[in-house]
Ligand binder design. Structure first.
Ligand code: G3P
Length: 297
């Protein structure tokens, strides 16, 4: 767990210089913002109406889960979300591969609403096409920055990827803390240093610095410390790209991200409901309601 004392003045200063909740009279206007990580408008609408969320993130998996079976359906679904949330940001992920096709699709998605943010995978292109340019995503981010289109660099798993995306011009970066934690829990050799399943001395060509273990320290909070590391670098160098903590698995990680200095935390609707229903809040409500029965006849 993070030490709140580590939440330094640089991070507080950073929050004042970054996009705020639009109504400046709002008491939390410079605080981190919560987004819904969902493409289901039935999940999103009550959270938005309650003032809990100030944005939405989607991806192809969430679109499919919400019932989209074609590109036309996906676009209709995204348009409804953009309209509901306007002027708050909604991240729409590219599904095309290849620079030209991605740029064309980004323009198509950006035209759906002025609050559209184009989500671009930061890398992984050679994992789906061995001949692909590994820097395709960064080049697309750079081109969109030149066009004035906001981007969200997604699938970020180390601080260098985040820094590259910021340099390319990304409006925000999305480290997936839950997937880091899941992966290490499943694959790490428990006797070795945290992260040994991702960074191994047996793969010297791939990972030159075999002593460096990303997010080193206790294995259980490696994902959370990835976000803390990115925030610290961005705050230190006054990098105005926002850090959007994604892939949240439980309510405790939401608190950890607020302490880590994340600018945005995107959370599945079911986990936000879990935050509302804390066991002690539930017990307190039951006791208050039982005692209040005296007054309500
Ligand atoms: O926005 C997508 C990101 O949050 C992914 O989450 O649960 O698929 O790891 P998950």
């Amino acid at each position: 767990m993070f030490d709140p004392a580590a939440f330094g003045p640089a991070i507080q200063q950073r929050r004042r210089s970054l996009p705020a909740i639009r109504d400046q009279r709002h008491p939390a206007s410079h605080g981190p913002r919560l987004f819904a990580d969902s493409a289901d408008i039935h999940d999103i609408e009550p959270l938005y109406r309650a003032g809990i969320i100030n944005g939405v993130t989607t991806n192809p998996t969430l679109m499919k889960r919400a019932g989209a079976n074609s590109w036309a359906q996906a676009k209709a679904m995204l348009t409804d979300i953009l309209t509901l949330l306007a002027p708050n940001p909604v991240s729409l992920e590219l599904t095309e591969l290849g620079y030209d096709a991605m740029l064309a699709q980004a323009r198509e998605l950006a035209a759906l609403g002025s609050n559209a943010v184009i989500k671009v995978p930061v890398g992984g292109y050679r994992a789906v096409d061995a001949k692909a340019d590994p820097f395709t995503g960064l080049k697309v981010i750079r081109a969109l920055w030149e066009l004035g289109i906001h981007t969200n660099a997604t699938l970020v798993f180390n601080t260098t990827q985040a820094f590259w995306a910021a340099n390319a011009g990304a409006s925000c970066v999305s480290p997936f803390l839950g997937r880091v934690a899941d992966y290490l829990a499943k694959h790490d050799d428990a006797g070795g240093p945290p992260g040994n399943s991702l960074y191994q001395a047996t793969e010297p060509q791939r990972y030159h610095n075999t002593e460096y273990v990303a997010c080193g320290g206790p294995r259980h909070d490696a994902g959370s410390r990835l976000v803390q590391e990115i925030v610290t670098v961005f705050a230190h160098y006054d990098i105005r790209t926002e850090v959007l903590a994604a892939s949240i698995r439980n309510p405790a990680q939401v608190s950890e991200m607020l302490l880590a200095g994340a600018d945005i935390v995107t959370v599945p609707a079911a986990i936000l409901a879990g935050v509302a229903d804390h066991p002690l809040t539930d017990l307190g409500m039951q006791a208050f309601c039982a005692d209040a029965a005296v007054f309500t006849g």
